[in-house]
Design a protein around this ligand. Structure first.
Ligand SMILES: [Zn+2]
Length: 486
């Protein structure tokens, strides 16, 4: 083949593949999705990717978006941020002190991109798999001195005027932990014009005629969050379903919408060092991204999707001394239950029925049933002598009920979690070739990926405050000066 002919063939191939692959369109987006995986750093994205691929899947959509950047996460006062300062940075473009929500280090309110979008005439949706008054969703609508002021945050939710809230319920609706308790927060939210829908049946009946909507699942954990994906039942509403509902409710608005969707429990399970549960949570977030992506495919010139994390949690890494250069991710598959459900149901029931007569041998069938760990045989799930020793010591600690304090050797082993459960997930994760360094957050940067209008702006290395600045520029938002909102 002549060189010029070959060159033109190459050009055609490049052109065709450019037309087929997602590109970053140029104008102002009408439909904007911001996904935040709480505690979802590059290790969480990568470990899940490898595990999904190992099961014959094509990997995570959130890792295959055409733009990919690395985002630093430090807060105003710490290299290792918390979710409220990180959420505030992403939502406002300003650093603040850990624990503060939507306010600067001097407690002055900071306008959020969600509020700016609302001011511009867009509809706004805030979705999360944890409680609606939790740090990350609150960072987009609330302005409070502490992330723990749940009652005040719920009142800010009522005041926001946003169009759709979906996910978990409220932690302190009656203001029992508030210095200024008042009327029930759900009633105040209703008085502010919201219709509240609880559970799948009511959720299925929500239509655009409902006006402003707050929908939450009726089966919630003790923190008013959705159950872990690994523990979900068919009646539970998934983050992907909450996302689809947002599209159904908001998309035909002439000025479009801004939706923030948080996968909040990746963080919680990584605090507890439970990789199998974390993988399922990242997959649930990816399912929600897929819903947005299907919408993007129908509106490629008008849609922007960004997927980031607020920080990494747990110090998860791929590679463990015990497995050297190998990994065996399929070993996570037999785990059938989250650390949380195992502690709060299986182990709790055992403790209640075996007070004073606890015996490690009773755990053998439970370890097999819920985690696939075996006492004898040939496979990699068979416990080695030193692993059995670790489990026996953790079992004694667990049954003693003694609280583990920070600064002790036991804290390094178990954090503030049930010792036996942590020992189980540690051993299973290590057998798979995954390691953890902490029960807290880390200072690792996170990955940010994007597709759609001006998505190329999310390539490169930048700070979490730059995410808000990029949204302001791309969406043509007009921030009011700091501290000028009430
Ligand atoms: Zn956390």
């Amino acid at each position: 083949m002549r060189f010029s002919k070959m060159l033109s063939l190459v050009c055609v191939v490049v052109l065709v593949s450019a037309l087929l692959s997602p590109v970053c369109a140029a104008q102002t987006p009408k439909y904007v999705f911001l996904f935040i995986g709480d505690g979802t750093g590059i290790p969480q994205r990568m470990a899940t990717e490898l595990i999904v691929k190992g099961e014959g899947g094509e990997g995570l959509l959130l890792n295959r978006l055409p733009a990919y950047g690395v985002t630093t996460t430090r807060s105003f006062n710490s290299l290792i941020t918390d979710s409220s300062s990180a959420g505030t940075a992403i939502a406002t473009g300003f650093k603040t002190v850990d624990g503060y929500v939507g306010v600067d280090p001097e407690f002055k309110p900071l306008e959020t991109i969600a509020e700016m979008a609302k001011k511009k005439g867009m509809k706004v949706g805030i979705l999360t798999s944890v409680s609606m008054d939790h740090a990350t969703p609150a960072s987009f609508y609330a302005h409070q001195e502490s992330r723990n002021m749940f009652y005040e945050i719920a009142l800010d939710m009522a005041k926001s005027g946003f169009d759709y809230f979906g996910g978990g319920a409220l932690l302190d609706p009656d203001g029992k932990k508030s210095k200024n308790p008042g009327k029930n927060a759900y009633d105040i939210i209703k008085e502010a014009g919201y219709s509240i829908f609880v559970g799948r049946e009511e959720f299925g009946k929500i239509t655009k005629e409902a006006g402003k909507v707050y929908a939450y699942n009726d089966r919630l954990d003790s923190s008013m969050a959705l159950p872990y994906s690994i523990d979900m039942k068919p009646e539970d509403i998934t983050l992907a379903e909450f996302t689809q509902k947002g599209i159904d409710l908001l998309a035909d608005h002439p000025q479009g919408f801004f939706m923030m969707i948080e996968g909040g429990k990746v963080d919680w399970t990584c605090h507890a060092n439970d990789a199998a549960t974390a993988v399922k949570e990242v997959m649930a977030l990816d399912e929600a991204v897929k819903v947005a992506y299907t919408f993007y495919e129908a509106h490629p010139e008008d849609t922007l999707i960004v997927v980031t994390g607020d920080h990494e949690t747990g110090g998860l890494t791929i590679g463990f001394a015990g497995t050297q250069y190998d990994s065996y991710f399929d070993l996570l598959k037999p785990q059938k239950i989250s650390y949380d459900d195992f502690t709060k149901t299986v182990l709790k029931e055992y403790k209640e029925t075996h007070a004073g007569k606890a015996n490690f041998d009773d755990m053998i069938p439970l370890m097999k049933e819920y985690f696939g760990l075996e006492m004898e045989g040939e496979g990699r799930l068979v416990l080695k002598d030193f692993e059995l020793q670790e489990l026996k010591e953790a079992f004694v600690q667990s049954m003693s009920g003694v609280k583990v304090n920070v600064g002790t050797i036991d804290y390094l082993l178990y954090g503030s979690y049930d010792p036996f459960t942590v020992a189980l997930t540690h051993i299973l994760n290590q057998k798979a070739g995954l390691g953890w360094t902490t029960f807290s957050h880390t200072g690792l940067p996170v990955g940010t990926s994007a597709v759609g209008v001006q998505c190329e702006q999310f390539n490169g290395f930048y700070d979490n405050t730059d995410i808000a600045k990029k949204f302001i520029s791309i969406m043509g938002l007009e921030p009011t000066k700091v501290a000028s909102i009430n």
